[in-house]
Design a protein around this ligand. Sequence first.
Ligand code: SF4
Length: 192
Amino acid sequence: MGIEAALPVDSILTTQLHRVMNWARRSSVWPMPFATACCGIELMATACSRFDLARFGAEVMRFSPRQSDLLIVAGRVSIKTLPVLQRIYQQMAEPKWVISMGACASTGGVFDTYAVVQGVDQYIPVDVYVPGCPPRPEMLIEGIMAIQRIIDEDKIPRDPDGMRMPLNIAVEPNYRPRPQPMPVRIGSLAGR
Ligand code: SF4
C-alpha cells in the first residue's frame, strides 16, 4: 500500500486491544444479503465498480450466516419467508448488525396486505433503517458507515440484563435528484 515507506524502520505503535479489535471489525464487515425484491438490485449495484463497497471493507457478501455479521434485508418479506429470515439472523456470528433497506423491509411499503410483513423490526432487531423505494447505493453506504462508526466508538447499547439492543438509526437522504442532463427530443431521421 506504500505506507511502509513512510514509517520509520522498527517503529512501535501502542494502543488498546479493544481499539484494535473494533478497528478490525469495522474494517471487515461481512454482509449477509437477504434480497427478496427490487431493492436487491440496488444492493448489487452498491458492490459494483461505480460505488465500490470494497472501499469500506464490506464487499465480501457471504451466503452463509455463520460467516456474516451484517444482515441486509433488501425488499419485502412475506409471512412465509419470515421464519427463514429469523433462522438466518439467529445463525449469524456475534456481534451482529441489521440494516433494513427500503420502504418494504421497514414498513411493508405499498404492500399493505396480510401476506407481507409490515416491518421486519417487529421480528428481528434492526439497527439502521435506510429509507427509499429503492434507496440509492450511496444511502446504503451511509447506513453501513453509521454501523462502522458505532463499532469504532465501542458503543454497542445493552439493556440492564446485558442483552444487545438495536441501534434504531434512521439514515436521511444524502443526495438531491438531478434533472435529466439532456432534453429528450423526438424527431424524424428522414433526410439525414
Ligand atoms: S422499497 Fe421499493 S424498490 Fe425496494 S423492494 Fe420495495 S417496492 Fe422494491
